[in-house]
Design a protein. Sequence first.
Length: 258
Amino acid sequence: MKKATLFLLFFIGLVSVGLAEEQQKWKESRSSHFLIYYNQAPEDFVKNVELLAEEEYETIAQNLGFTRYEGWTWDQRAKIYIYDDQEHYIGARNISWSHGMALVKEKVIRTFPTAAGFFDSILPHELGHIIFREFVGYKSKIPLWLDEGVAMYQEKAKRWGANKLVTKALAEGKFIPLKQLSQIMLNDNSDQATVELFYAEAASIVYFMITELGDYRFVNFCRQLKEGCRMDDAIHRAYARFENMNDLNDVWVKYLSP
């Protein structure tokens, strides 16, 4: 995986730029939960975006076990802006190497028709960020691995393929424990191996928490974070047998070990 692609995941939800869309004229397509804006994008692409966005809207909440969150209707609908091409997309002050990005709090997604992996990766990933942060709140102190792990859980390939890399890291003594993972701050100087392992572990631990420990416990864990609990306290309240993050880490490692 190219480093630029990996850092796209890091910047999603963290980038805050002016809404250049408001200065342009757009055609509009409306669905139950989305407003899709475009100009010269092919109509069939716009329709596919609309259909998949609605499908992912329902699927992501089910994946996470979130049965109650703020509905996206009428003026609360999320907005998807489809630029004509990559040149117009970059011209609107989006990151030059990215194929899509989200403004999480504003519920805005930006992309263009030839964006690589938009339907399989970018759209579910970014919607995952938006729905997750909407559920836990924007003031909650959440480590990057949890935010990214939830978003990556929406990408089937990332969800199912992460454990292989993490297991390899365990065997080679390169595994990063959760406490240390929570302190990692990625930037342009981070080496590719660290970035790849960070995202693999993020996807793996969230997969483990949801599928092996139970989505209802994961929902409770997220509720504790929403109420302002520290990570260790939220883990203990949702997973009574774990006192803190170290206990969660140990059980996760045991699950991954042959």
